[in-house]
Design a protein around this ligand. Sequence first.
Ligand SMILES: NC(=O)c1ccc[n+]([C@@H]2O[C@H](COP(=O)([O-])OP(=O)(O)OC[C@H]3O[C@@H](n4cnc5c(N)ncnc54)[C@H](O)[C@@H]3O)[C@@H](O)[C@H]2O)c1
Length: 339
Amino acid sequence: MIGLGYWGPNLVRNLFELESAELVLVCDQRAEAVEQVRRRYPSVRGATSTDDVLEDPAVEAVVVATPIGTHLELARASLSAGKHTLVEKPLADSIAGAAELAHLARERGLVLVPGHTFLYSPPVQAVQEMISAGELGDIYFISTSRVNLGLHQSDASVVWDLAPHDFSILLYWLRETPTYVTALSRGCVIPDTPDVAFLNLEYASGVIAHAELAWLAPSKLRRTTVVGSRKMVVYDDTSIEPVRVFDSGVTLRDPGTFGEYRLSYRTGDIVSPRVDVSEPLSLELDDFCRSIRGGSQPRATAELGLDVVRMIEAAERSLTQGGARAEVAAAESLSGPSA
Ligand SMILES: NC(=O)c1ccc[n+]([C@@H]2O[C@H](COP(=O)([O-])OP(=O)(O)OC[C@H]3O[C@@H](n4cnc5c(N)ncnc54)[C@H](O)[C@@H]3O)[C@@H](O)[C@H]2O)c1
């Protein structure tokens, strides 16, 4: 386990408790972070140099939870050392970097998982099952708010920090990458570091999506609305009823007289299905271990991680072009190694 800052200790706790893994080594360049973790888990060895991790034959797999700008270098070194690798989201800080990692893993026959934890969240899974079973009908649009008084990151904007969550969920639900992204942002506290962003996504299928992201907000919102032709869903990650399904909709009936639309409104039951309460991080790490042992495809694939970065880069391009509509880079050209 490399990186024991804010997020790393959550991964450490889950790895330690997991039956499918044995946590042998924790590493951070800050000796005090290593010591702090080792006080709690004395049976686990510690290191301050990643070389000690990568050269250790007892280490079969590496989990990286370091700042975004270090993901490419550390994941490249880990895969090159023959270790299966889970890298926290986003997979890398550029399309070229993410494509290089995906290619390297494929070439070496290693499992590479981007840490898109929300794909393992039981409410997200429940909505995915409803969408793929056609229960919601055709998806018209998705709108999401991910705002709170969050930690300002030193090396990343709110887009690189928070959009990976919504983008990975959208990819998982819709099984489609958007064609265009339009973005608007502002750095309210630190100039040139956006802490609020509004992103609009357009899909070839006709679906549109909106994501509101902010580290500046009076209260925490983690709320996504999915509107389909048959039903609508509100997924609220902060609620004790995280998924609510509304049997509501509006249907356009055959026009009566010329030029006159006849609409039929339906406001039926609101159902809150029971969802599992398992911790997503534990499910994510277990999926990583099972993919290594059993050769199965992890839910969060390297390709999905690459698609997330393609979407972020399009959002970044839109921002630098004053909110212009930016095309998401084509996937076909990305399969080879980067320069
Ligand atoms: N999946 C999630 O829900 C989620 C939530 C929060 C953060 N994250 C991700 O976790 C990662 C870490 O975020 P954080 O908030 O914990 O950052 P952080 O800055 O608090 O911690 C990063 C740690 O990495 C260490 N580090 C940096 N470079 C290193 C190197 N070369 N070798 C060894 N140690 C090194 C630092 O000393 C620090 O302790 C980011 O990629 C972030 O996007 C994911």
